[in-house]
Design a binder for this molecule. Sequence first.
Ligand code: TRP
Length: 349
Amino acid sequence: MPNENSYEVALQKSNAIREGLAKTPEKFTMLTGDRPTGRLHLGHYFGTLKGRVELQNMGAKTNVLIADYQVITDRDTTEHIQDNVYNMVMDYLACGIDPDKTMIYAHSAVPAANQLMLPFLSLVSEAELARNPTVKAEMEASGHELTGLLLTYPVHQACDILFCKGNVVPVGRDQLPHIELTRTIARRFNNRYGKVFPEVDALLSETPLLPGLDGRKMSKSYGNAINISMTAEETAKRIKKSQTDSERMITFDPENRPGVSGLLSTAAICTGRSEVEIAEEIGMGGSGRLKKYVTEAVNEYFAPIRERRQRYENDLDYVKDVLHEGNRRANEIAEQTLAEVRDAMGMVY
Ligand code: TRP
């Protein structure tokens, strides 16, 4: 018997969800979200935003969370948070998230969802929290000490998912330990107090992770990302500055030529062509031709998205309305779920 929490089983379940979604999308409630620490970039777009829009348009119930409390898991400031949150809403809307179909909300605005943290914390042991590999990796990467919130944020993430009875969470492989914990919490709660929560599974992305322009992991701190919100000129500048190598002939070789290959992957995902095909076409054209090609590919793909985004930038009132309406709906759902939780626990006075 393969372990229920192995990657293979997660992948099988993810594939089963994909089939289910095609047949009965209304049975699925998706929840996913992002930390508002800066602008969303092409990695977010191709890795998850595009997929969320597809689920939304298929007819699944879709919820998108701006995880503002998660910002302080591994940093000591909430500087720019309001600006980041509004801009995140703009990125969502520009990419095709439709607020009539998808609930967009910020978790600090939903007290009843946060209150689930108390019973949920009682369902996990310190040892279970301490061995979460993603938390460990994040702590190391940030250089921050292990705060109580960093240690317990996977439980908070279970609150995010379970307050709206989410059963599908589109995530990358690094988030699987959190999904596992969410499933454990739901089961333990149901066993102890009666069934309130559903079984949760991950929907794993089918597209391989898009590397940054230099071939490393795409990250704001490496300066190797193109943001959705950049202008065509800013995009051109960023691509122009990216590091390639001295070999003129363009080939796709991620291991030995990370810069050239990162550029090729970016062009490939925007044009739907393969990296090798693009490399062969450019051939002896060198990195100058390659960069020109990538710039055009990105700017062409994102032109309509950026045009829409511009309209939201000029209408902050509308952006705020979208968020307030999402927060209002989220509060309604959270209060309902919290009432069920308190009822199951007999805390009704
Ligand atoms: N941890 C996710 C990230 O770092 C954001 C997030 C918060 C999330 N709550 C969630 C994702 C619930 C999926 C489900 O981007």
